[in-house]
Design a protein around this ligand. Structure first.
Ligand code: SF4
Length: 409
């Protein structure tokens, strides 16, 4: 039987796709009054968290000044006022847990702890990308896991649980499950979520494969926060070719629809290739993202690793400038106040340095080995056989080979 998502429909104007592209309700808070009230509530809560770190060496005004300087280091002087609301929680960016939550408070304490003269606890990362499977039915042009794909699994369910348990104990407040295609282990993810303590936001990074209505519901009920769906073009055929799967576009759109229905935060991840990065393409993509009601659009720069190894895929300075202008336009221009929030890690990296390599985030591969990030892979200890601290210290010592490491450490 033909799926409702494959029926050709004139409602696809602007997107010549056989996949039906629905108009989904926006998750961005549109009212400027509501946004201002939220910002005030937020500021009050952040000051109350800062007060917990006041000491002889750090008065409250001094801490507020340091916090402002840190924010400006990463974001510049203009504040992004946009916020998404999903299932009673608010989300400003991908890099921070939803508010209110225990994870958000722990995240803030972690950031403030970096600012104080005498940190209360050792400075530690708080985001973990965790590749839980080597299996994947796609064959994407840019895949950074290409050399490990479809080999024998090394991580059992109990090994994944052990690692997640360690991450939670060490203060990780966001765990992002990737792969391979993590949805091939959806029942294991559900078991892990049921076992985990509610002090962490969990996300799944998926191509959309196996992201059915039933699986979306199971994940939400087990405690999943959000899903990042890879969509590399607004045009169906272009995405299918890039992903080397005839129905990749349909799977991705279907995943967005089902994640929405299940009450998950939804993000689209775009690998912004040399061929894609034009102002027109970026705006067409943003229009599609708005139509799909997603909270975030995440821009990823191609890197010459995995399937791209030895290829000249890095963007030129003009293209990076186009991404930067797109990021600023969508996030700061009031004309786009109800469009999705754009997340561009490279924007902050170029201003403030790399936050990977154990600084604020780390990567765990399908063998349980630690790496600086999904793109800069160099084994730095194993979470099943070595101590977490040793591994993280090794990551910090090696740092990032592309950008300087962000401060403060
Ligand atoms: S990028 Fe992801 S979906 Fe594509 S082949 Fe690699 S693991 Fe599979």
């Amino acid at each position: 039987m033909e799926s409702t998502l494959t029926k050709h429909t004139p409602a696809n104007e602007g997107y010549p796709a056989t996949t039906h592209i629905p108009y989904l309700p926006s998750t961005i808070v549109v009212s400027s009054i509501r946004r201002k009230l939220l910002a005030t509530r937020f500021r009050i809560q952040d000051i109350s968290l800062l007060m917990k770190h006041v000491s002889k060496a750090d008065s409250l005004p001094k801490l507020i000044k340091k916090a402002r300087a840190l924010r400006q280091l990463f974001y510049g002087t203009k504040s992004i006022r946009k916020v998404a609301q999903v299932d009673g929680r608010y989300y400003w960016t991908h890099h921070c847990p939803g508010w209110p939550s225990v994870a958000y408070k722990d995240f803030m304490h972690n950031e403030i702890n970096r600012l104080v003269t005498h940190p209360q606890v050792p400075i530690h990362p708080y985001i973990a990308f965790f590749a839980i499977t080597k299996k994947c039915p796609l064959g994407c042009e840019h895949c950074f896991e290409w050399d490990n794909l479809n080999k024998r699994e090394k991580l059992s369910l109990s090994a994944i649980m052990q690692i997640v348990h360690t991450l939670q104990d060490k203060g990780i407040t966001q765990v992002l499950f990737s792969g391979g295609e993590p949805m091939l282990r959806v029942h294991d993810i559900v078991e892990v979520l049921k076992m985990a303590r509610p002090v962490t936001d969990f996300w799944v990074f998926t191509s959309g494969y196996n992201f059915t209505a039933q699986n979306a519901r199971l994940l939400k009920e087990a405690g999943l926060t959000g899903v990042s769906v890879s969509l590399d073009h607004y045009l169906e055929q272009e995405h299918n070719t890039f992903r080397n799967l005839a129905n990749a576009y349909q799977l991705a759109i279907n995943a967005v629809v089902e994640a929405h229905k299940a009450g998950l935060v939804v993000s689209l991840a775009l690998c912004a290739t040399k061929a894609f990065v034009t102002e027109e393409n970026l705006m067409q993509y943003a229009r599609l993202a708005k139509r799909l009601g997603v909270a975030f659009v995440q821009l990823l720069e191609p890197r010459a690793v995995g399937h791209y190894i030895g290829k000249e895929v890095e963007l030129n300075p003009d293209q990076i400038q186009l991404l930067t202008s797109f990021y600023e336009k969508l996030n700061l221009d009031p004309a786009y106040a109800d469009w999705p929030i754009v997340v561009f890690h490279g924007y902050h990296q170029r201003k403030a340095g790399c936050t990977g390599a154990g600084n604020r985030f780390l990567y765990i591969d399908t063998d349980g080995d630690l790496h600086a990030c999904p793109f800069c892979q160099k084994k730095s200890g194993n979470l099943l056989t070595n101590s977490y601290e040793e591994g993280v210290n090794c990551l910090k010592a090696r740092g990032c080979h592309v950008f300087a490491t962000a401060n403060p450490q």
